[in-house]
Design a protein around this ligand. Structure first.
Ligand code: NI
Length: 172
């Protein structure tokens, strides 16, 4: 297993629409295991394949906290099949450095996916898990949480990125 490099905004890999995983091969299992290790090392509660530069519909999620255990979920070709309610909460992303913002998401979602063994399953999530399902599936479509915030907040973020890029250049 290996910790992979996590691509950061504005890396174009984050903007591609990912292809479905055609089949669970040993290579796909290895990628899944590397993604799990990368997510835990970050640490983060979810990671999608485009974030490690692989345009495949594949994500891993574990929203466990110190006090509350949650299962590790492997989502191959995930789809949202039903949604309910609405929730506004602060959100961040391993690919978006030092920036969080309130994002409106469905409060409860049901997803259908394939697991690491190639078995189809359905899972339901609310709160943080529902948010993680929506956030990771967005990644598979080239969508980042900054696309779902107010234009004012987004401009603030973009100005900051431009400033940081300039500073990086000046340091060379
Ligand atoms: Ni993310």
């Amino acid at each position: 297993m290996a910790v992979l490099e996590i691509r950061k905004y504005p890396d174009p890999a984050l903007r591609r629409k990912s292809r479905p995983v055609p089949e669970i091969t040993p290579e796909i299992r290895e990628l899944i295991d590397d993604m799990i290790e990368t997510m835990y090392a970050a640490p983060g509660v979810g990671l999608a394949a485009p974030q490690v530069g692989i345009p495949l519909r594949l994500a891993v999620i574990d929203v466990s906290t110190k006090d509350e255990k949650s299962p590790l979920l492997v989502l191959v070709n995930p789809e949202i099949i039903s949604t309910e309610g609405e929730l506004n909460e602060e959100e961040g992303c391993l690919s978006v450095k030092d920036f969080q913002s309130v994002v409106t998401r469905f409060a409860r979602v049901r997803v259908r996916a394939i697991d690491r063994d190639g078995k189809p399953y359905e899972a339901e999530g609310e709160g943080l898990l529902a948010r993680a399902f929506q956030h990771e599936i967005d990644h598979l479509n080239g969508v980042l949480f900054i696309d779902r915030i107010s234009p004012l907040k987004r401009n603030l973020f973009k100005r900051r990125v431009r400033k940081n890029l300039k500073e990086d250049k000046a340091a060379i």
